[in-house]
Design a protein around this ligand. Structure first.
Ligand code: ADP
Ligand code: MG
Length: 567
């Protein structure tokens, strides 16, 4: 470890020299209260900015143990500190000047979700903290402007650190509130399991968002109110008594007129697998955390997926027990999404008719009379939905505004009316009696086998300098191969895509061996992360800053859309 003066000396020595001389700054320097570490230096002022980290001893940061010993409270504290630090950094970014990215100071900017991120990590044993960020090392043209970097390291950054990373300078009640909220959210999640519920939506929640491109709550929205018959009350450790709608395990149908808030409720449930920050409106909308949104996804690839419970006897004789296609149809893609999610261990399907293939969801009576079952390769979801629950323990929450067929199958029917849910199970069941479903029985289905073994992407296996890039929230590029995840709707943040890029790379190099099954691979990968943190799967000399931990379900989704893998 060097002293801060040594950094000053280096900076003075390399001032005005060619940009590569900045490489000499790599190393760790002792500042008052923290260690400033330059982990990676950019090659020129226009390249991706340099990576630095700030390390603070638990004792020095001063956060009471109660804020970070429990994992869920720790994640919330990390998130809170990152947000405070990001606010401070925003004020000073580009205050130092120069060409290209000179003076840029950037740190992850979390959205509404509270996720584990590489940008801020606290050690659960010691309380030691690491904050990771990017800095554009300043230059004039291509020569070093060390004076400006000196401003950043000795003036701007210390200000930000002091303001936002020490307990003494933060609002105690706010910090505690963030951790308490996370603990309450975790409590609800555990309660769901105990009470055989799939999801909980607290009264007073604000479900709609400001706009299609914003995660913030809509202003003046109608607050959520549970139907009396579905009300559940819980006693949260910090918030105390809370009442809301409990959606029971089983088959739940959400109906209602167009524009009455059905999809908005489902979207909130999709997002409910994550915790949300205070003020989001969905703080107490909690969904069982393996829930997966299922939708049609024309054009995706499918490799060796057993979709035979939904599709069999295709006219071209194609095998549907081990189904392959480079360009799936609406129905086959949705069938694959269902089966692959079963493989990924989900206990809840979330389905919206808006984004489903009609022929996958239902077949009406007239069509069944005209086109006999034997001539139809598709066994629609409606004929499997009960079996999925009774045999596999997988619940379904389904939005359907235009077809009444599911009335017969649902255990609970909700009607959204002007954004307010009403339970109409008895009424709808009574009405449905007058429209019985045709008696044709669906053919017996064998349980899908989940024995797919993964052979690696050779390009990644053999090459140790793999390029990982993310395209916003839409795709992950590994070398030249793009994995399209636009329709993996529960990815909340582009940083999760970046992390998935690393996970896939690691799996290619160490786990995909043509012998282990996909399930075994995923379990192993998440075990490694659990034990050793994200750093264990990023094999560079430093942990990059912009990574957020994805769920296992989304890892499966990526593998399933990665066309260069052998499955
Ligand atoms: P549906 O799926 O029933 O057709 P949506 O869920 O798409 O309806 O909602 C229709 C519109 O109403 C959306 O623009 C949405 O933002 C808005 N909306 C949904 N819930 C509420 C609410 N609680 N208060 C105010 N507006 C809402
Ligand atoms: Mg809708």
């Amino acid at each position: 470890m060097q002293s801060q003066n040594e950094l000053r000396n280096i900076l003075q020595r390399i001032d005005r020299r060619g940009y590569p001389a900045y490489k000499d700054t790599k190393g760790a320097y002792e500042f008052p209260g923290y260690v400033f570490s330059i982990d990676h230096v950019q090659g020129d002022p226009f390249a991706a900015p340099s990576k630095v980290s700030i390390r603070i001893r638990g004792k020095q940061a001063g956060f009471p143990e109660d804020l970070w010993k429990e994992p869920c409270r720790r994640v919330a504290l990390q998130d809170y500190l990152l947000r405070q630090f990001a606010k401070a950094v925003e004020q000073v970014s580009f205050q130092a000047k120069g060409s290209g990215k000179s003076g840029l100071m950037a740190v992850s900017r979390p959205g509404q979700e509270v996720l584990e991120r590489s940008a801020c990590e606290i050690d659960g044993k010691t309380g030691d903290m690491v904050l990771r960020m990017e800095i554009g090392f300043p230059a004039n043209g291509r020569s070093i402007n060390a004076g400006e970097l000196e401003k950043i390291c000795f003036q701007f950054l210390p200000q930000c650190v002091k303001k936002s990373l020490f307990y003494a300078s933060l609002k105690r009640d706010e910090v505690k509130a963030a951790a308490d909220l996370a603990e309450d959210q975790q409590y609800i999640r555990k309660e769901l399991h105990k009470s055989e519920l799939t999801a909980f939506v607290a009264n007073g929640s604000i479900l709609p968002r400001e706009s299609g491109v914003s995660g913030r709550p809509m202003k003046n929205a109608v607050p959520f109110v549970s139907p009396k018959s579905l009300e559940v009350t819980m006693e949260l450790p910090h918030h105390g008594r809370i009442t809301g709608m409990g959606i029971k395990n089983g088959i739940t149908l959400i109906v209602g007129g167009g524009y009455h808030g059905k999809s908005t409720l489902l979207k909130a449930l999709e997002a409910g697998v994550y915790n949300h920050i205070a003020g989001d409106g969905r703080e107490y909308v909690i969904t069982e955390d393996t829930a997966v949104k299922i939708r049609a996804e024309d054009g995706r690839s499918i490799r060796s997926t057993d979709i035979s419970m939904f599709i069999h006897d295709l006219p071209n004789g194609k095998d549907t027990v081990s189904f392959y296609t480079e360009d799936a149809s609406g129905s086959t893609s949705q069938a694959a999404n269902v089966v692959e999610s079963m493989e990924a261990g989900t206990k809840t399907f979330l389905i919206d008719e808006d984004t489903s293939a009609t022929n996958f969801m239902i077949r009406d009576e007239l069509m069944q009379r005209v086109v006999h079952r034997d001539a139809e390769p598709i066994v629609p979801f409606i004929d499997r939905v009960e079996e999925l629950y009774h045999t596999y323990g997988i619940s379904t929450i389904l939005v359907a505004g235009s077809s009444g067929s599911y009335f017969h199958k649902a255990d609970c029917i909700l009607q959204m009316n002007r954004y307010e849910p009403f339970e109409i199970t008895d009424f709808a069941k009574e009405q449905a009696k007058q429209f019985p479903l045709p008696e044709q029985k669906a053919p017996e289905a064998k349980a899908p086998e989940f024995a797919r073994r993964v052979r690696p992407d050779r390009m990644v296996r053999e090459d140790h300098r793999v390029k990982i890039k993310t395209m916003g929230r839409d795709g992950i590029m590994i070398n030249k191969e793009t994995i399209d995840v636009r329709y993996v709707e529960q990815l909340a943040d582009s940083e999760q895509l970046a992390a998935l890029g690393y996970l896939l790379c690691y799996a290619n190099q160490h786990l995909f061996d043509g012998k282990k099954t996909l399930r075994e691979t995923a379990d192993r990968l998440y075990e490694i992360m659990e034990q050793k943190g994200m750093a264990a799967i990023c094999e560079s000399s430093y942990l990059p800053c912009g990574l957020a931990k994805p769920r296992k379900q989304e890892f499966f989704a990526c593998v399933n859309r990665y066309r260069r893998l052998g499955l």
